[in-house]
Design a protein around this ligand. Sequence first.
Ligand code: SF4
Length: 213
Amino acid sequence: MEKRIKEAVRYLGFGKNAADERTLSLIGEAFADLEKEADPRFVCRFFDITHEADGKIRIGTLKISSRSLERNLKGCGKIVLFGATLGPGVDRLITRTSVMDMAKAVIVQACAAAMLEEYCDSRQLEIGEELEREGEYLRPRFSPGYGDFDIHYQEPLMRMLDCAKTIGLTMTDSYMMSPSKSVTAVIGVSRTQERCPVEGCEACSKTDCEYRR
Ligand code: SF4
């Protein structure tokens, strides 16, 4: 089964149980609709980072307090700041579908989440390939809201990426992104090759890794 379909099935909560034929067919339709509506864009910028004595991470003038991010970035002297969106057409598709068929809208939501992951993974692989030529290696993507990396950091990260201008991504006062199928993340850059899978620590077999998020 195609990776994006497997991911959508997982987001729909089927776990290890196979999805039924009807669901699989709706997933196929949802991806076809999404392909028409999505206008994926991304932005990335490199920043040097400092590991402060108090355990905080400094990126430019921003200081981040997160033990899990600090652990994940150990040994990294810089990061890639990354932002991506599937664009407003996907939100319009979700809204249109929910008016007509709520069950299908749930499937479109799951497929859109899987599509965003797939898009981020492929952009990250490209960035990683370029860096490898310089002898530098990427750690996994780490987004605000994950672990103890507070969601409030989304706002300064989006400002540092100039997301509104570069990819048309903004945020409401309650930290909801617009377009909703969007992501920001910090990705560590290290001189040590850890062979981190693009899917992140959850998909990695190195359970004793000191950088595990
Ligand atoms: S657990 Fe795996 S993916 Fe996570 S930081 Fe370590 S090597 Fe990389």
